[in-house]
Structures are given as structure tokens and as C-alpha cells.
Write a protein that binds this ligand. Structure first.
Ligand code: ASP
Length: 331
């Protein structure tokens, strides 16, 4: 018999409508498993009620606690896989942070729901059933932390919430899902090749990394606030292939001068940054020459988590650059 840890954190999947018509967190991990009615599967569940909160309230330190609980469940109970239920709003952050830090090779799945179980169109039961089947599948081993949602199996590194209400909200925008759950069969079609793994340094909770967006007319003020707040790092959410406005450049220079690590991503959401294509003020080549690190193809929220982990390991600026740019130059 397989043993699966089932850890609930809250989110819509654990919500029901109150008399007022508003949905609030009410269901426990036991309630969720009862909805999925998995009795015909040969699975023993280890239920863990971690929290019952909406996912905008989840903190990166909570994710590290979840990682430790799953690792402990493996050590103490010898689990074969794990399912974590979570709100969809920040689910991609939790899946990614678990993916780069989890010290286990068993299938670990993060799932949620777009429609709570009071609604006739609820996706709660289907997502739980699919996730448990993936967590119990030997084929899902060694693929990193996976998001299972609306029958798709998506690597945590690539999963992004793309729609506010549709049930198939999670996508891997550039490369697509790596598998599917079809009529209760787990099909893994390909394997993710780009994966990072890091130890979580003891100062993780102290890392204060902020995200500064780019838009027409954006100026340097957010950089000065960040410098004043003595942040440990800044993620610039650039435009296009890694560009900022003219007025932001003085802020970039001031932050670098203050010793803050700066990593740039793009608000576009698909594709990698350029490195030496454009020569204008605030272009990718200009920023890189100043000392800004290129942030792969990751969204700003994921770049922030990776930088927090790297900073918690006391890496030098050059080592941090290497960790973000190593795949960029892989041929
Ligand atoms: N916004 C809620 C949350 O993220 C509901 C959800 O999408 O699960 O927890």
C-alpha cells in the first residue's frame, strides 16, 4: 500500500460559502480527502493540517516549514509521495520555492482549485484525485515539484497562473505541460532538464528582496526607497528583453553603488532576456555593463525567491551571477 502525505494550507480548495455568500476557509485535509472519495485506491494518507489561510497570506518562511514537514514525513513515515493543497494566487511561488529547495526525490505535487466546493462547477475533487494519483505514481519521481491542475502536470519551475477564473489557469507558457492525468492514468510525456537545487541558509527569513516594476514614465523613486530600507536585493521587472526607462537608470546605479544585488526579469512572461543586442540607455546591454544580473526566463516573483535562497547562503555577487546566468550561456 502506498503512503501519501496530504498537507493542506487553505485557499479556495478549502473554502465554502458562508450564509453571506462569501467563501471562507473551512475545510480540513480530512474533509478534502472525503470529497475526493479515493477509497478504491490502495493508498494510506498521512493528513497534515498546516494552516487554513488564503494564499496571499502565505510567506516564504511558511514554504520552508512545509518543505521541512514533508521531509520529516519521509524520514519518519517513509511516505511515497506528497500532495500540498494551496490557494491559487501564490501557488506558483510555493511550487517553485519547494522545487529549488526540497531534498527528496519522491513525487511532490502542489494543487488548488479555482471554484470552491459550494459551487456546482467546483474543480476541488478532480484536482485532488489527479494530484494523489500523480503523487503515487513512480513515473512522477525525479521530476521536481509538480503542479497538477485541470489534468495537466506542470513543472514547478514553469507553472504560472494565467487566468483569474478559468479552471485550466496553470500553464507552462513556453514549453507546455510535461504530462497529463487521463481517465485516472498518469502519463508523463517528457522530463524537465533545467533544475536548480539549493540548501536554505539559516538567514533565509531575514532576506528582504523587493520587486520594482517597469512601465512608461517609471522613475528612480522605488530604488531610493529600497536603498533607504536597506533591502538585500532588488528584482527589476523589466519590459521587453530586459529594459528599463531612462529615469530608472540613476536608481539602478545608486542601488548598485549601495552594494545591493540587482537581477532583471521581464514582464512579458515568455522567453529569455537579451544580453548584447540594444545599445540605448537602459537597454539590456547597458544594464548588464552596469552590473545587473540577467534573470533567466523566470517571472519576477520566482526570481525573488531564488535570490532570497542564494543570499541566505552568503554567496558572493559573482557566484550569484553564475547561478542566474549559467543556463543562459549553455549551448
Ligand atoms: N485567492 C485565494 C487564494 O489564493 C483563492 C484561491 O485562488 O485559492 O487562496
Amino acid at each position: 500500500m502506498k503512503k501519501i502525505a496530504f498537507l493542506s494550507t487553505g485557499g479556495t480548495i478549502a473554502m465554502q460559502e458562508e450564509a453571506s455568500g462569501l467563501a471562507t476557509n473551512q475545510l480540513t485535509s480530512k474533509d478534502l480527502l472525503a470529497k475526493a472519495n479515493l477509497h478504491d485506491q490502495e493508498i494510506e494518507f498521512l493528513e497534515i493540517d498546516y494552516k487554513n489561510i488564503a494564499s496571499p497570506h502565505v510567506l516564504p518562511v511558511n514554504v520552508i516549514e512545509i518543505k521541512e514537514l514533508i521531509e520529516e514525513a519521509y524520514r519518519v513515515h517513509g511516505i511515497d509521495g506528497a500532495v500540498i493543497t494551496h490557494g491559487t494566487d501564490t501557488l506558483q511561488e510555493t511550487a517553485y520555492l519547494l522545487d529549488i529547495t526540497m531534498d527528496l526525490d519522491i513525487p511532490v505535487v502542489v494543487t488548488g482549485a479555482q471554484r470552491n466546493s459550494s459551487l456546482p462547477s467546483s474543480d476541488v475533487a478532480a484536482n485532488i484525485i489527479d494530484s494523489v494519483l500523480v503523487a503515487a505514481s513512480p513515473a512522477a519521481k525525479g521530476l521536481g515539484v509538480l503542479v497538477v491542475f485541470a489534468s495537466d502536470i506542470i513543472p514547478g519551475r514553469e507553472a504560472v497562473k494565467t487566468h483569474t477564473s478559468r479552471v485550466d489557469t496553470f500553464k507552462a507558457p513556453e514549453f507546455g505541460p510535461i504530462g497529463t492525468v487521463s481517465n485516472n492514468r498518469v502519463i508523463i510525456q517528457r522530463k524537465p532538464l533545467l533544475r536548480d537545487h539549493y540548501h536554505v541558509g539559516k538567514d533565509f527569513a531575514k532576506q528582504d528582496v523587493c520587486i520594482i516594476p517597469t512601465y512608461q514614465g517609471q522613475d528612480a523613486r522605488p530604488f531610493y526607497h529600497a536603498i533607504q530600507d536597506q533591502v538585500s536585493g532588488i528584482i527589476i521587472e523589466g519590459v521587453g528583453a530586459g529594459h528599463v526607462t531612462e529615469r530608472m537608470v540613476e536608481g539602478v546605479e545608486a542601488a548598485l553603488e549601495a552594494g545591493i544585488v540587482l537581477v532583471i526579469g521581464s514582464r512579458v512572461g515568455h522567453g529569455r532576456l537579451f544580453e548584447s543586442t540594444y545599445g540605448y540607455y537602459g537597454s539590456e546591454s547597458h544594464l548588464r555593463q552596469l552590473g545587473v544580473i540577467l534573470g533567466e526566463d523566470l517571472s519576477a516573483d520566482k526570481l525573488r525567491l531564488k535570490l532570497m535562497v542564494l543570499l541566505s547562503n552568503q554567496l558572493s555577487y559573482e557566484q550569484i551571477r553564475e547561478e542566474f546566468e549559467k543556463d543562459h550561456y549553455r549551448s
